[in-house]
Design a protein around this ligand. Structure first.
Ligand SMILES: N[C@@H](CCC(=O)N[C@@H](CS)C(=O)NCC(=O)O)C(=O)O
Length: 236
């Protein structure tokens, strides 16, 4: 049995959940609390990041490594094309989602005032009494400050909100362009690239501005529904 270890707010979870469902692989979910990060680092993953999968007592950390592991170890429809040119394109798009779009969604969801208010309750919904009891105190402010520091170091957190929205429109528009002649991003069939980009765009929908912006792109909305139909919980 595969165990999918996750932090519940992470967009990367979705990539692996959808992949496992699409391939028809049964899996258990284990959600870690923020306060358990020390244990996670000590016992399983020194980097301390999630998601990771556990299979045959082995941990594979990082959603990209886990996705490639799943692809190699399990049967079921392939999500990484054999053709090297298509596989290369899938890799580039997945990496763009993970290393660029991720920071936009993180910054927009958790640092802008109204979106922070909207997403904060969900951030703590799985935490135990300890974190919940400090919710009224400094904890949320500290987490938000921590996230600001991450996105400022990465770079996009130093941009104005107006510029971020210009960037995000360019990103959404790019995906809309790729979908003009095709139902999926690479090679006309569902791949890991779709799952990676879909995961970040789902988080875009958790912000007021990007939710509205996405509605201006019916091709992208239809593609999101297509990916959901093939890989959502109802698909298994
Ligand atoms: N490249 C990693 C990124 C995973 C990642 O950044 N996970 C975040 C949650 S969204 C995390 O675990 N953060 C905890 C930390 O940075 O200490 C992947 O694809 O799995």
């Amino acid at each position: 049995m595969v165990v999918l270890h996750q932090y519940h707010m992470s967009p990367f979870n979705q990539k692996l959940q959808r992949m496992l469902r699409y391939k028809g692989i049964a899996f258990e979910e284990r959600y870690w609390l923020l306060v358990e990060q020390g244990k996670l680092k000590r016992e399983h993953n020194p980097i301390g990041k999630l998601p990771a999968i556990e299979h045959n007592s082995e941990w594979v950390c990082d959603s990209t490594d886990a996705a490639h592991y799943i692809e190699q170890q399990f049967a079921g429809p392939s999500l990484i094309p054999e053709d090297p040119a298509l596989a290369g394109m899938v890799h580039v798009l997945e990496d763009w989602a993970d290393e660029s779009l991720y920071f936009y969604e993180m910054h927009m969801r958790f640092t802008t005032e109204h979106n922070w208010e909207r997403n904060l309750p969900r951030m703590f919904e799985r935490e135990g009494w300890f974190l919940k009891s400090v919710l009224a105190g400094k904890m949320p402010g500290q987490i938000r400050k921590g996230i600001r520091k991450i996105t400022a170091t990465q770079g996009i957190g130093r941009k104005s909100e107006r510029q971020l929205l210009v960037d995000c429109r360019r990103h959404i528009n790019a995906v809309a362009g790729m979908l003009e002649q095709s139902d999926f991003l690479v090679g006309g069939q569902l791949t890991l690239a779709d799952l990676a980009v879909h995961a970040m765009f789902s988080c875009f929908l958790d912000t007021v501005e990007l939710e509205a912006m996405m509605q201006e792109y019916p091709g992208v909305v239809a593609w999101m529904a297509r990916v959901e139909a093939l890989t959502g919980p109802q698909a298994t």
